[in-house]
Design a protein around this ligand. Structure first.
Ligand SMILES: C[S@@+](CC[C@H](N)C(=O)[O-])C[C@H]1O[C@@H](n2cnc3c(N)ncnc32)[C@H](O)[C@@H]1O
Length: 332
């Protein structure tokens, strides 16, 4: 799944900087998004604690970073008569399409999905909810199935990437058939833990060898841009409004999305954070101006900066190169 602000193209640079300061140990990625950086660092042997405020991002992190041993689907396997993850994939891919809330709101009223795909997504949603209600899934298994559903849904969404709007004409990818797509880890390495909580709490939970911070840097709220994955993750059918079909209530607010509160949010978080090395990933055009950022960060240790170009994911159609800046603060 593509994710706004994803640092997947910067993974190697981040790893090189992390390696310079800690050859092993515990890395914390509290603004982890869908887990691109945490997954990469875990594959390189680091133990990773990852977090995010959004439920669906947390579910991707569970699938990619935690690799829960508990997620052996044993109760479900017994009940539905399969014995492999492929078996679950194939049941969810052959489910009878259904009408319902999702089809009405995101296909009939708004052109996010073809009707055929929306009906398949609705059917998968209901099947996973039913398995949950019957007690056939533990929390990690439920998270993994919902991440798989969201990943498959995102592959056929008629959008430019986020759920802020749907496209006027059918995009090629939206005409492909929906496939449930279980998100599975690509490579093991260290251990992983995932937390559905604010960065304030996670950064203060432990002392980290490396604390990697990648907060939002502008006013675009992830909760609003990714409202539909979030609704699916919460297994809800809320009242929705407008062209985007965003839920009327229940948005997660982040202090980093507002010019008025971004500096204070960072200042407060760092006053309780415990780390040996801090990497702060930001851009000079962000809500916190470079001079203020340097003042805040340099209170916590010796600081250096790295600037590099990496292809960033934006909603524009032309590839853009975003100047990335990583501030490194050494606290020991
Ligand atoms: C720039 S994105 C991170 C992208 C991620 N590094 C990647 O490569 O996919 C910022 C993330 O921070 C999350 N977020 C915003 N405010 C937060 C907060 N106060 N605590 C935890 N997560 C937060 C957003 O939901 C979003 O997923």
């Amino acid at each position: 799944m593509r994710y706004f602000g994803s640092k997947v193209t910067a993974n190697e640079v981040i790893y090189e900087i992390v390696k310079t300061h800690a050859g092993s140990g515990l890395v914390c990625d509290p603004f982890g998004g869908i887990g691109s950086v945490g997954t990469y660092l875990r594959s390189k042997g680091y133990n990773v604690w990852s977090g995010d405020l959004l439920t669906f991002a947390h579910y991707f992190q569970i699938s990619k970073i935690k690799f829960p041993n508990e997620a052996n689907f044993s109760t479900l396997f017994t009940k539905i008569g399969v014995n492999s993850l492929e078996g679950i994939n194939s049941i969810l891919n052959s489910v009878e399409p259904k009408n319902g809330w999702f089809v009405e709101e995101y296909s009939d009223r708004r052109g996010f999905f073809t009707r055929t795909n929306a009906m398949k997504i609705e059917a998968c949603r209901e099947l996973i909810s039913g398995w949950t209600r019957e007690g056939l899934l533990n929390a990690d298994e439920k998270a993994m199935l919902l991440a798989g559903l969201i990943s498959g849904m995102d592959n056929v969404a008629n959008t430019a990437g986020t759920y802020y709007a749907y496209l006027k004409n059918w995009h090629r990818k939206a005409l492909n058939p929906f496939r449930f797509n279980l998100v599975v880890p690509s490579a093991r390495g260290g251990h992983g833990q995932c937390f559905h909580e604010s960065a304030d709490l996670l950064t203060a939970r432990n002392r980290y060898n490396v604390l990697y911070l990648d907060p939002p840097y502008n006013e675009r709220s992830y909760s609003r841009y990714y409202h539909l994955p979030e609704t699916i993750a919460k297994c809800e059918c809320p009242e929705v409004k407008g062209m985007s079909g965003i839920p009327v209530t229940g948005h997660v607010v982040s202090g980093y999305n507002s010019r008025a509160s971004a500096c204070e949010s960072l200042y407060k978080m760092l006053s309780k954070a415990k780390f040996n090395t801090l990497l702060f990933h930001y851009t000079d055009n962000g809500l916190i101006k470079p001079k203020i950022l340097i003042d805040i960060l340099s209170e916590h240790g010796k600081m250096s900066t790295f600037t590099f170009d990496a292809k960033g994911y934006t909603t524009r159609t032309t590839a853009t190169r975003t100047p990335h800046k990583i501030y490194v603060v050494q606290n020991v």
